[in-house]
Design a protein around this ligand. Structure first.
Ligand SMILES: [Zn+2]
Length: 326
């Protein structure tokens, strides 16, 4: 192997003027500036503001997959749903430790779509009209990826929170995914059916008699395994997806913040219906993922929501999987 010349030797042999010349700057600054000012107006430079791309393609063995964004929400640490009962300063401290912004926490709504043989299987539906302007971008983002709602053949609803089932209906109450079978854990269905929440009841009724009720360990559509991860809601499910030697675990809402849920799995989270059950589930699942080096996806992890879990400082750390262009 040839030795590389140290940087210090390079900088002493090439003068600053020479270096600028190599970069095309030497003596041209003023002239270039006036030429540009005469030839163009502000209107010639396209605005770089606008909406973000909302889909990301990847594979799990032979399964084609698409992460689709439905929007997202922001909260300040003082109104953080994480660490209920803890001093607010601890929340800010944990964010600072992770070099994350301490003024605002942003969490996306992510949907997972998979092509398994002739089936197009979607996990959750985003918010639809239930969360206002912060959600409801799923259908537009599917269209940008070339997928029409009527092409979806199966939808697994992981739990009955609005940001997961709301997209089943549009603002007029019409069914959006007209050709899709709908799946849900039996425990989740029964819990909400007896609870009387107005929005949930309306949705349950529209699909009355059509729900295909499932349970932990059930195998669906040739590659999916239902994994009971109760606590966030009583019948919350995660999904294991296997193809050949590849495996992805969709954690759904076992975790929410890619910082706080991992650094403090023991913290009570405001939207966990059974906080202590949820904490036990979170610890158990994160431990297993860290030991097995499992590739994970999450409903609220930073888009496109793929990564892995590592043990760190008595708790865990989320490592983001790099964005791949092909
Ligand atoms: Zn959620």
């Amino acid at each position: 192997m040839t030795a590389v010349q140290p940087a210090s030797a390079t900088s002493t042999t090439i003068s600053r003027r020479h270096a600028l010349g190599l970069l095309g700057f030497a003596g041209a600054g003023v002239v270039l500036g006036t030429t540009l000012a005469r030839a163009s107006t502000d209107a010639d430079a396209p605005s770089l503001a606008g909406v973000q791309p909302g889909h990301y393609r990847f594979t799990i063995g032979d399964i084609e997959a698409l992460a689709v964004n439905d929007g997202g929400f922001a909260v300040t640490p003082s109104e953080s749903p994480f660490g209920i009962g803890e001093p607010r300063e601890k929340v800010t401290e944990a964010l600072r430790d992770a070099l994350a912004p301490t003024d605002m926490m942003r969490l996306p709504f992510n949907v997972l779509l998979m092509r398994i043989g002739s089936e197009l299987v979607m996990v959750d539906t985003g918010c639809g009209p239930t969360f206002g302007a912060v959600g409801g971008r799923l259908v537009a983002n599917l269209a940008a990826a070339g997928v029409k709602p009527e092409q979806i053949t199966a939808i697994i609803i992981t739990h009955l929170h609005g940001d997961h089932f709301g997209g089943l209906l549009d603002a007029n109450g019409e069914v959006v995914f007209k050709n899709a079978g709908v799946f849900m854990h039996r425990v989740e269905h029964d819990y909400w059916a007896s609870k009387g929440d107005e929005t949930v009841s309306r949705y349950l009724k529209v699909f009355d008699g059509k729900w295909q009720l499932i349970a932990g360990g059930d195998k669906l559509l040739g590659g999916l395994e239902i994994v009971e991860t109760f606590g966030h809601t009583p019948g919350h499910l995660a999904i294991g997806i296997r193809s050949g030697s590849d495996y992805l675990l969709h954690l759904v809402d076992v975790v929410h913040s890619h910082v706080l849920s991992f650094a403090h799995p023991e913290w009570v989270m405001k939207f966990d219906v059974q906080p202590q059950v949820a904490i036990a589930t979170r610890k158990r699942v994160l431990e297993q993922c860290a030991v097995d080096r499992t590739r994970v996806f999450g409903a609220h992890l930073p888009f496109p929501a793929l990564g892995r879990v590592r043990k760190a400082a008595g708790a865990y750390e989320y490592l983001i999987e790099p964005w791949v262009s092909a």
